[in-house]
Ligand binder design. Structure first.
Ligand code: SF4
Length: 198
């Protein structure tokens, strides 16, 4: 059985769903079954809200002050669970909450989800993955139309409503694309984090 909560490096992560609306070429899900202290992050069946809340309530977070929503799937594809779980993490466990997302949650949930996120999420990291629509389509292979524009729009909505928001890319992008990402970051006022791809 896949764990709902797992540790990777110094953080605790919540793996609330395996559903995703992208098929990124680099996705770790296609390379191995688990990371951190768990053998598999593939759920036999996606967990219910009750199961996720129980996992958080029963987990010993000693030494950790944050819960990160990021697993083998896109957390906003289980928005109801994400919101409830983040509320419990904050109110009952006194944790900060971070959402790692592909930025397509508004499209997935047919409306602006940022006001709801802002109530329970302290920081958001959005996978930029590529600096323009053409490159983005190639690398993330999204299941929603005009995904790049929608992801950028989501990032701007988050920037205006949530304290800490950043874009992330991995350092395997060609230098000219990294430079374009830096430009987009500057133009939008959303910081860019360049992660090492391992
Ligand atoms: S958005 Fe995340 S979980 Fe979904 S395919 Fe891309 S890397 Fe994998």
């Amino acid at each position: 059985m896949a764990e709902i909560l797992y540790k990777y490096k110094d953080s605790v992560y919540a793996n609330i769903t395996n559903k995703c609306n992208c098929r990124c070429t680099f996705c770790i899900r296609f390379l191995k079954d688990g990371i951190g202290d768990t053998d598999t992050l593939w759920h036999q069946e996606n967990p219910s809200k009750e199961e996720v809340l129980a996992a958080i309530r029963n987990y010993d977070f000693t030494g950790h002050d944050e819960l990160v929503f990021c697993g083998y799937g896109e957390p906003t594809c289980a928005l109801d669970i994400l919101l409830a779980a983040a509320k419990v993490a904050k109110e009952e466990k006194g944790l900060k909450t971070r959402l790692n997302t592909n930025g397509l949650g508004c499209e997935e949930n047919h409306g602006n989800i940022v006001p709801q996120l802002a109530e329970v999420i302290d920081s958001v990291s959005i996978s930029l993955n590529a600096p323009n629509a053409q490159a983005y389509e190639k690398v993330t292979r999204p299941l929603v139309p005009s995904a790049f524009d929608k992801m950028v729009e989501f990032a701007k909505l988050c920037r205006d409503a949530i304290k800490e928001v950043k874009w992330s890319i991995v350092d395997v992008l060609p230098e000219n694309q990294i430079e374009e990402c830096r430009q987009l970051s500057e133009d939008t006022g959303i910081p860019l984090r360049i992660r090492h791809f391992s």
